[in-house]
Design a protein around this ligand. Structure first.
Ligand SMILES: Cc1ncc(COP(=O)(O)O)c(C=O)c1O
Length: 372
């Protein structure tokens, strides 16, 4: 194809996509990456930390960011690596748990992300759904009843996909005892530390809980960096021996994790955004997102919708029997929201690019449907 034709085709495809800055995407857990992240992601686009010896500079950036995020999650020592996102983080954690224990069962809350189903299938494990309490957190008594000698891993969520709820991780850890405990903080990991700073939330959810063995957190969600930018953290460095393989043709003797080639522009992107925003930058973003979430709740209540739970973070769902109908009709008007199956609800994620003007327009359009 002539170059102009190629570029015309690419532009056309780009224009057909929905873009965060247009403001109508209200159901995404990813956000518009900061400009500085985009710039340095592009500069490092050939980097491949799967062949680490060729990229000593990028490797150093990865170590530094893993160090910063470990500190944020209260992990001392330990080990971490960039992964493709929450899905890869969860699957890798279950892979480690299975190999360390040589057992099959994963106990996970009903609210767990669908990546747990993929992990179970790929690893030939068995997923046991643990029911939720009336606040939609993992029911610890139900967990206790399911604990037996076949359990390879217990997993808990810090910031559930549908409601932004946080499981009682300290109590879960007490029940799990020596069994491998994984925390999925893909979304909440870059929200909860700043809610704590702001005095808006408190609780033990990260490596402060002694029994937590691994944690996944995504910088391409509330970290405001480029895709794919997930991080998996492990309490013990030695855990990776259970999943590393010989990599004779590469610059390092052993390869760790699911990916061979690792897209590492995202490491530079993450470095750029994490270092330039700093703790204060993220705290300010989370503060604004929470204030806008509360604004949305108020506006929704004004037109007759009640939240399923008082939002802990910037994920909020509103009860309605007509969730799917509302989603479809709003979609026709260009609004992208999602739905929750149990309880039936419509769900919004108030990401940093969502403004009050957008919330006003959205609630006005929703009110016009007359479904409250
Ligand atoms: C709690 C949680 N875990 C895992 C994931 C999967 O993350 P990814 O889509 O980056 O693989 C998500 C995605 O939204 C999530 O909300």
């Amino acid at each position: 194809m002539p170059l102009e034709e190629v570029e015309r085709r690419l532009r056309e495809a780009y224009d057909r996509d929905f873009h965060f800055e247009e403001g109508r995407v209200l159901g995404s857990m990813c956000s518009k990456p900061e400009d500085i992240a985009v710039k340095y992601h592009a500069l490092f686009s050939e980097a491949n930390l799967g062949n680490r010896g060729l990229y000593p500079g990028t490797a150093e950036l990865e170590e530094e960011i893993i160090g910063d995020i470990s500190e944020l999650m209260h992990l001392k020592g330990g080990w971490g690596q960039f992964v493709g996102g929450g899905t890869e983080g969860n699957i890798t954690a279950m892979w480690i748990a299975r190999n360390l224990s040589e057992k099959k069962k994963i106990l996970a809350p009903e609210s767990a992300h669908f990546s747990m189903k993929k992990a179970t299938d790929l690893l030939a494990m068995e997923l046991v759904d643990i029911p939720l309490d009336n606040e939609y957190r993992m029911d610890v008594d139900a967990l206790e009843r399911e604990m037996d000698g076949d359990v390879a891993a217990v997993m808990a969520v810090a910031g559930s996909t549908e409601l932004g709820q946080v499981d009682p991780i300290k109590e879960i850890s007490e029940v799990a005892g020596d069994v491998f405990l994984h925390v999925d903080a893909a979304f909440g990991g870059m929200v909860l530390p700043f809610l704590e700073d702001l005095g808006r939330w408190s609780g033990d959810w990260d490596f402060r809980v002694n029994g937590v063995d691994s944690l996944s957190v995504d910088l391409h969600k509330m970290g405001m960096s480029t895709v794919p930018s997930g991080i998996l953290l492990l309490k013990e460095r030695g855990y990776v021996d259970s999943i590393s393989v010989e990599s004779p043709y590469l610059t390092t003797k052993r390869n760790i994790g699911l990916a061979g080639t690792r897209p590492s522009g995202a490491v530079a992107g993450a470095y750029a955004v994490v270092k330039s925003m700093g703790r204060k930058g993220y705290r300010d973003v989370v503060k604004r997102c929470m204030e806008n979430t509360e604004y949305l709740v108020g506006k929704m209540q004004d037109i007759g919708f009640e939240p399923v739970i008082k939002p802990i973070m910037n994920v909020v769902a509103f009860k309605t029997d007509r969730a799917e109908k509302i989603r479809k009709e709003m979609d026709k008007m260009g609004w992208k929201i999602s739905t929750v199956r149990r309880p039936k609800a419509i769900r919004m994620v108030v990401m940093p690019y969502v403004t009050r003007k957008v919330i006003d327009e959205f609630t006005e359009a929703l009110d016009g449907l007359g479904y409250a």
